[in-house]
Design a protein around this ligand. Structure first.
Ligand code: TXA
Ligand code: MG
Length: 369
């Protein structure tokens, strides 16, 4: 399939590109488009056959349901059998924005979207291009992140192109996504709403509106819990190189581990704060085997750059990636969730003065510190 690449420019030509993209979607084809979180792979959300093409393009397991994207609050009504007070309060506080609500689904939602569940996930994105596209289509757009299943989600159109060229009808380039991590998913069908996936709308923001909110225990990476968002159980966001996440005290050992690994002749990728990168500047000068991926200052900047940096490591392919953990407050909860998954839960921590690794044996270069 030939894939069209259309750059949106914020001028009058955009309307024409939007109607061409909408025509593809109305004809049952798949179009990649920008949102404020990550790029999405969109199809007519009420057409089961069109939705099946999304799964094929991504190589996505079909027991993993999709989010329906709408461009007006009232457009959720035909998709659900009813909304409770919690759902209404969240819509009022955070829509449009990076929050997805799981609600009881109505008859018109195809099984291909909900993967056979009785519920459906709905989101009203704030990105103007996404809103224009949904409006031009006149239907809810089913859209997962626009990556090949398992890879980090794309946050710019070039990364979408890399994964989807030849597999979808068109890619709409609307520049970089501001938030950089997928939306927060909240199950509103429980008496106390549950965060199934953390994102840009944080735990703190949700509790301010709702009072009590739970976090799906499966997010801690405890294998004894089955995640309620089917997508959270898959290996995800994973760079091709082996990655270790250094949490808490262990983050301070990063420079030592880097030296040890370099001494073994390894090419080492490091995902870290600018401060840590500066501390490694001298090592970097003496070794071209050290690949630094600093994220800069705050957690928001890390969130916005994380997937880009992980995808960049797939180009440079170090032997090992060491990532510095961050605090879990605010968007840090979502960042740590994605980093733990990217690392395949190879989490390094310090307990009683000893370095330990969850999920496997410590590599040789972590034995000396
Ligand atoms: O920010 C986002 O949400 C992006 C952009 C494109 O909008 N979309 C996205 O979609 O991240 P996807 O398919 O990559 O992730 C959807 C997540 C999956 O973990 C899925 O299992 C969960 O939402 N989900 C969807 N429907 C659900 C349902 N009915 N119950 C529980 N979890 C559900
Ligand atoms: Mg995804």
């Amino acid at each position: 399939m030939q894939t069209c690449y259309w750059k949106l420019q914020n001028n009058e030509q955009d309307a024409e590109l939007m109607s061409k993209a909408a025509a593809f979607i109305q004809a049952g084809e798949v179009v990649a488009f920008p949102t404020e979180t990550v790029y999405g792979l969109g199809a007519d959300g009420l057409n089961g056959e069109a939705v099946a093409k999304i799964f094929a393009a991504k190589g996505r397991p079909n027991d993993n349901p999709l989010i329906l994207h709408i461009a007006d609050v009232k457009d959720i009504l035909p998709l659900t059998t009813g909304l409770n007070e919690n759902a209404k309060a969240l819509m009022e506080a955070f829509w449009p924005g990076p929050l997805t609500l799981v609600v009881n689904k109505s008859q018109i939602v195809p099984d291909a979207v909900s993967a056979g569940l009785e519920t459906v996930a709905v989101r009203f994105p704030s990105n103007k291009f996404a809103q224009q596209l949904i409006k031009a289509c006149g239907c809810p757009i089913a859209a997962p992140s626009a990556n090949i299943s398992g890879r980090p989600s794309p946050t710019n159109a070039q990364d979408v192109w890399e994964d989807m060229q030849g597999k979808v009808a068109a890619v709409l380039d609307g520049g970089e996504c501001g938030i950089g991590l997928e939306s927060t998913v909240v199950d509103t069908t429980e008496p106390v709403p549950v965060i199934l996936r953390p994102g840009g709308i944080t735990y703190e923001m949700l509790t301010e509106v709702l009072g009590a909110v739970e976090i799906d225990p499966a997010l801690q990476g405890d294998a004894s819990y089955k995640p309620k968002a089917p997508g959270m159980k898959y290996r995800h966001y994973a760079p091709k190189s082996t990655m270790y996440l250094l949490e808490g005290e262990a983050a301070r050992l990063l420079p030592q581990f880097v030296s040890n690994a370099l001494a073994e002749g390894k090419r080492v990728g490091v995902l870290c704060s600018r401060v840590t990168a500066e501390a490694l500047a001298e090592v970097k000068e003496n070794s071209h085997n050290l690949l630094l991926a600093p994220w800069g200052e705050g957690l928001e900047e890390l969130a916005a750059r994380l997937f880009y940096l992980l995808r960049d490591f797939d180009r440079s392919m170090p032997d090992v990636i060491l990532a510095e953990g961050v605090t879990e407050s605010g968007i840090g909860l979502a960042v740590m969730n994605r980093m733990r998954k990217a690392a395949g839960y190879q989490i390094v921590s310090v307990m009683n003065g000893e370095v330990s690794l969850k999920n496997g044996e410590l590599p040789f270069f972590m034995l000396k510190y």
